[in-house]
Ligand binder design. Structure first.
Ligand code: ADP
Length: 372
């Protein structure tokens, strides 16, 4: 018998509150077994999440009782709350407008602002920017956290050079990991990269909710959420299920990246999350030997695109060898070269984002002037 069918047989001994057993209840997701670890979710009614904690635990215990299974991660998914993006209600204002009744959009206690860092496609430097931006906020003396929601390619453990596993704070709550004064939570601390890759749909949303609400973030001025790249359904649902104060879009200056960035702006607008602005990454290159500047990708495209979209332009980050080398070895420039020009560029962007958050100067607030 495969691991999967043995686990299913074990789950047949777990009773459902409504009668019958878990294995045949129809509430189980696919069961994924990877290196002796089992992952699956149980779908429950949105108002039964708390009451189903016993069921979740029993399912984990049952899975762990199967020979060869060393650990099990079972999550509860409330289908109605988390699965389908709901259209934004046009009459309501504010970041909660796209779902004030959606419990997933409720504020996280102690956390003042939650912002998303997003990109229309992968490889534009979104994660590098999230990391250095977070450090830029900390340089202002703010209390900062980073939630790595790039669940298919978590890079915060590497960028912050954090190893090991989070400890339990009590109950199901985990303590965030920490380095350079920033609190960090990433699925990369919890499961192997390959296991995260095979997660799908509701399980991903449930994992994000857990990283948001079952982590002892404490008092934070700002929590930076590194979104998965792209503008598909998964990203849309995620944007809708996190109480975001605003979104920052990272783009390179190339035309193709800009088209994707435009989709990013449209996606956040759809769920009524204010756009805090656009950052042009890999904007230009300064030759380290001659100091000569090269506009490799056609510098300035993101600024022009931001203007076209009527969203603020937050600043440019050059393509720089030391940004790459330092990020890739867990020594981000904002903390390891604080006096350099790149750290200054990230700090200036962090300042602009913070002013917009505190001053309320987001694109939503700007009235549209119509001439008749
Ligand atoms: P994404 O999150 O958009 O997929 P990453 O942040 O992982 O992108 O960046 C992709 C690669 O580009 C990484 O190797 C990173 O170090 C490098 N990179 C990002 N920004 C810069 C930059 N401004 N200059 C040089 N390399 C950069």
């Amino acid at each position: 018998m495969s691991d999967k069918s043995t686990i299913l047989a074990a789950l047949a001994h777990v009773s459902m509150p409504s009668g019958g057993n878990l294995a045949t209840s129809g509430a189980l997701s696919d069961i994924i077994v990877h290196h002796g670890k089992a992952y699956f979710s149980i779908s429950v009614a949105p108002d039964a999440v708390q009451a189903s904690e016993g069921l979740r635990k029993a399912a984990e215990e049952a899975a762990k009782s199967v020979p060869g299974i060393v650990s099990a991660l079972v999550t509860l998914t409330a289908e109605k709350a988390a699965s389908k993006p709901q259209p934004a209600a046009p009459k309501q204002a504010g970041p909660l407008a796209s779902g004030p009744m959606n419990p997933a959009r409720l504020a996280v206690q102690g956390v003042k602002h939650i912002i998303a860092v997003a990109s229309g496609k992968g490889g534009v430097g979104k994660s590098t920017t999230s990391c250095n931006l977070a450090l830029g906020f900390a340089a202002r003396g703010l209390k900062v956290g980073v939630l790595d929601a790039d669940i298919y390619g978590p890079s915060m453990p590497k960028l912050f050079a954090i190893h090991g596993k989070p400890t339990l704070a009590g109950g199901r709550t985990l303590n965030p990991m920490e380095n350079y004064g920033i609190k960090v939570m990433s699925i990369g601390f919890l499961v192997d990269e390959e296991a995260a890759m095979i997660w799908r749909g509701p399980m991903v949303i449930s994992a994000i909710q857990q990283m948001l609400r079952e982590v002892a973030w404490g008092e934070l001025d700002i929590l930076v959420v590194d979104m998965p790249p792209g503008t598909g359904d998964a990203q849309l649902t995620m944007a809708q299920n996190v109480p975001l104060a605003g979104a920052v879009i990272v783009s390179t200056p190339q035309d193709l990246a800009l088209i994707d960035a435009r989709r990013g702006v449209a996606m956040f607008r759809k769920v009524e999350v204010p756009i805090l602005g656009v950052i042009e990454n890999m904007s230009y290159f300064i030759a380290p030997d001659t100091g000569k500047r090269y506009d490799i990708f056609g510098h300035g495209g993101a600024r022009a695109e931001a203007e076209r979209q009527g969203v603020p332009f937050l600043g440019e980050i050059p393509l720089a060898m030391n940004i790459r080398e330092r990020s890739d070895s867990g020594l981000p420039v904002v903390v390891t070269e604080p006096d350099g020009p790149h750290a200054a560029a990230y700090r200036a962007i962090a300042d602009r984002v913070w002013e917009r958050l505190e001053g309320g100067g987001t694109t939503k607030a700007a009235p549209r002037i119509v001439f008749e």
